[in-house]
Design a protein. Structure first.
Length: 70
């Protein structure tokens, strides 16, 4: 198994875990963001948090200088 396959399997497992966690948490919660209080299902909050984390990781990966290939 190559490193590319290992990464794909890891990403797939992480995605499955995130989806299961989101689907299991559907109750309403109050979230305070600075001075605003927002009421939303916990699943939406988890999805937003996961999406922001993914975007931050993607930006950091794109920002990293590429290694020269031999």
């Amino acid at each position: 198994m190559t490193m590319k396959h290992v990464k794909l399997v890891g990403i797939g497992l992480a995605l499955i875990i995130v989806v299961v966690l989101i689907l299991q948490n559907t109750q309403q919660v109050e979230t305070r963001i600075l001075f605003a209080t927002i009421e939303m299902p916990r699943a939406v909050l988890l999805f937003i948090t996961a999406a922001l984390g993914f975007a931050a990781g993607l930006l950091m990966a794109l920002r990293r200088p590429q290694k020269p290939r031999d």
